[in-house]
Design a protein around this ligand. Structure first.
Ligand SMILES: [Zn+2]
Length: 278
């Protein structure tokens, strides 16, 4: 191991860190930043923004943070497969042959990811898929059986009943256990459809919108919420739902996916951002 190299990398990281944690009004204006002025106004949300008088973030600040975090962490590989398919397909033709995760798989995966680590939620999802060959089997299964299959992801009784309720409701509504029809709907239509399922909260919906439906939505998890407050993108006393509305309106659509994955990754890795006053 080259000690000099390690030291240099460490210094670089500290420098980027310092840049990131600078107070928002001290942030340097990025030179030659070009974000289409259209994107800021076409950002999708029909709900009124409770922090519309709050100054940040500007499209330039969003771009600057994206670049800073990309330099610090690189693009997190675990999210690469969810990057826009047309983008992926343009660059790697073979990628088109990999079928995307179904919307229903994505929704259940998101439910299982609540309040646990990525590795435990992945284990729970794999265990669920190997225990039951189809979603019909999951719906028909005994609740205890389902709980046992997802136990390693935590909150098994809650998550099991949420998944069963959602499947039952979907079957009643659509006649089959398939959510692919959501791919043809708008963001607001998807929100309306999924809000009918008991136990599926707005953050879960936002994740499905961004990851599985490839729509321009910006879910706010606990890491992103903390960072947004730390860097002054929302008022210090902000709540998470209002932060979601505000950031969705302000962050340019074309930056949402990358910025979301990067802020999430940074929040997980950076002590400064995750240290909470408890
Ligand atoms: Zn940080």
């Amino acid at each position: 191991m080259d000690k000099k190299k390690i030291l240099k990398r460490k210094q670089h990281q500290l420098q980027v860190e310092a840049e990131l944690h600078r107070l928002p009004n001290q942030q340097p204006k990025s030179k030659s930043v070009r974000v289409s002025s259209k994107s800021a106004t076409t950002a999708t949300t029909t709900a009124t923004n409770p922090y519309s008088s709050h100054s940040g973030p500007t499209p330039q600040e969003c771009l600057s943070l994206r670049d800073t975090l990309l330099a610090l962490h690189g693009f997190p590989p675990e999210f690469a497969k969810y990057r826009k398919r047309q983008h992926v397909d343009d660059n790697h033709h073979h990628a088109a042959t990999i079928p995307p995760e179904t919307v229903l798989d994505g929704l259940v995966r998101t439910v299982l990811s609540q309040n646990t680590t990525e590795s435990n939620s992945q284990k729970a999802f794999d265990s669920l898929k190997s225990s039951f060959p189809t979603w019909e089997h999951v719906l028909g299964a005994d609740s205890k059986e389902l709980e046992n299959a997802i136990r390693c992801g935590g909150l098994a009784p809650t998550k099991a009943s949420c998944i069963k309720n959602m499947l039952r409701c979907l079957l009643e509504k659509r006649g089959k256990l398939c959510l692919e029809y959501l791919r043809d709907l708008s963001i607001d239509e998807v929100k309306a459809e999924l809000s009918l399922f008991k136990g599926i909260g707005p953050k879960t919906v936002a994740c499905v919108l961004m990851f599985n439906l490839q729509l321009d939505d910006f879910p706010v998890d606990t890491h992103i919420f903390e960072i947004a407050k730390t860097i002054g993108w929302v008022p210090a006393a902000a709540d998470r739902n209002k932060t979601y509305l505000h950031l969705n309106e302000r962050i340019p659509n074309e930056l949402k996916f990358d910025l979301n994955c990067l802020m999430y990754t940074h929040g997980k890795l950076c002590r400064k951002c995750t240290s909470k006053k408890d």
